[in-house]
Design a protein around this ligand. Structure first.
Ligand code: KG4
Ligand code: ZN
Length: 350
């Protein structure tokens, strides 16, 4: 009988619960998306997100348990994302998990949402070998994280301004695409050609940081200047050119970082890892350098609770537990926890 973890995720606009066995086998993964609620406003409205989570969380958790065929009494622990994200939204998942832990007596395991994205790659019988380098590209984050072991990481680079997903969403918006723009822009770009050469910020020599605000401004300037001349560049070509600029920088830095740190595998994670061009180009370039590459299935790229359950399992095994005073945090860096647990078990790795 394996270990069964209930994962709970509510950091942004997806209410999700999953039952994960032994950190990799997904018995259920229920995702209730609020896209239709926020679409009207062109972006996530935090207060609405909290209310929607509140309305949905009980039934999402119940469905996750029933679809997995796992009664509460068979669970080993409850894992919950308590940051980073929208604090009101996070608090719904955290409060629900605390209530459930209190009622059942099950251990409560807090999980970092960004670190959990990496674990989308572990939801498989053949996980990536360690040390791994992960390019985490989501709506709020763009980071290159070297993971030496579970709970042992190093941040090699991150965005200095906009996250990759944020840039996708902003450009999609000016192209008149619905929220969230990333997947729509991806689709539109497939019909277009890379006609415009937008800037690809590489920053200082050797830097693994990213910057997408200059690229965003360049696309906006291009469209505004064209509009003033009464021209309108085809949206599909703007989309293809913008996407090309983002993807080439991401791939180039990920490959260079992975070679320089001697990682045994290169992983992709976060919502933008659903991007078709990014998946294709990363695979092509990694093959050229004989780097084993791991890309999660689409369902585990965007926000989901299965990844929370997978990281929750590792932290549960390490003895990490939260009390009923667990709080949610809007900003929460990916912190090392393995060493903390070894040297100070009472810290709970926090
Ligand atoms: O990881 P995620 O679901 O939520 C955060 O933690 O932020 O990422 C959402 C982001 C959004 O910006 C969305 O537009 C982007 O991922 N995204 C994509 C694609 N699918 C989702 N961006 C580009 N191409 C896609 N196919
Ligand atoms: Zn996310």
């Amino acid at each position: 009988m394996g270990r069964l973890i209930l994962g709970i995720e509510s950091s942004c606009d997806e209410t999700s619960a999953a039952v994960v066995k032994d950190g990799w086998q997904v018995l259920s993964n229920i995702i209730s998306s609020q896209i239709e609620v926020h679409q009207l406003y062109g972006g996530v409205v935090p207060e609405l997100a909290s209310r929607e989570h509140l309305a949905r969380i009980s039934s999402v958790v119940e469905r996750a348990l029933s679809e997995a065929g796992v009664p509460l009494s068979d669970l080993d622990a409850i894992a919950v994302a308590n940051g980073p994200g929208l604090v009101g939204a996070l608090l719904v998942g955290v409060s629900y998990a605390k209530g459930l832990a209190y009622a059942t007596g099950l251990p409560l395991v807090p999980v970092n949402h960004i670190e959990a994205h990496i674990y989308a790659n572990f939801l498989s019988p053949s996980p990536p070998p360690l040390p791994l380098l992960c390019l985490v590209v989501s709506g709020g984050h763009t980071s290159l994280i070297l993971m030496r072991d579970h709970g042992v990481h190093e941040l090699l680079g991150q965005t200095r301004d906009d996250a990759a997903g944020e840039a996708f969403d902003k450009i999609a918006r000016v192209l008149g695409l619905p929220y969230p723009g990333g997947p729509h822009l991806d689709k539109l770009a497939q019909e277009g050609r890379v006609l415009y050469s937008y800037p690809q910020a590489r920053l200082e020599e050797g830097s693994f940081d990213f910057s997408f605000s200059g690229l965003k401004s360049a696309v906006l300037n291009h469209l505004n200047t064209a509009a003033q001349k009464g021209e309108s560049p085809p949206g599909k070509d703007v989309a293809a050119s913008f996407q090309h600029a983002v993807v080439e920088v991401l791939v180039e830095k990920a490959i260079r970082a992975s070679r320089s740190c001697g990682a045994a595998s290169l992983c992709l994670a976060g919502g933008v890892s659903a991007n078709s061009q990014l998946r294709k180009r990363l695979q092509e370039e990694a093959a050229l350098h004989s780097i084993p590459v791991f890309i999660p299935p689409f369902a585990y790229c965007t926000d989901n609770a299965a990844m929370i359950g997978s990281l929750g399992y590792r932290r549960y095994l390490a003895g990490i537990r939260a009390g009923l005073d667990l709080n949610a945090h809007a900003a929460m860096p990916v912190a090392n926890w393995a060493e903390k647990v070894r040297t100070d078990p009472a810290s709970g790795g926090m």
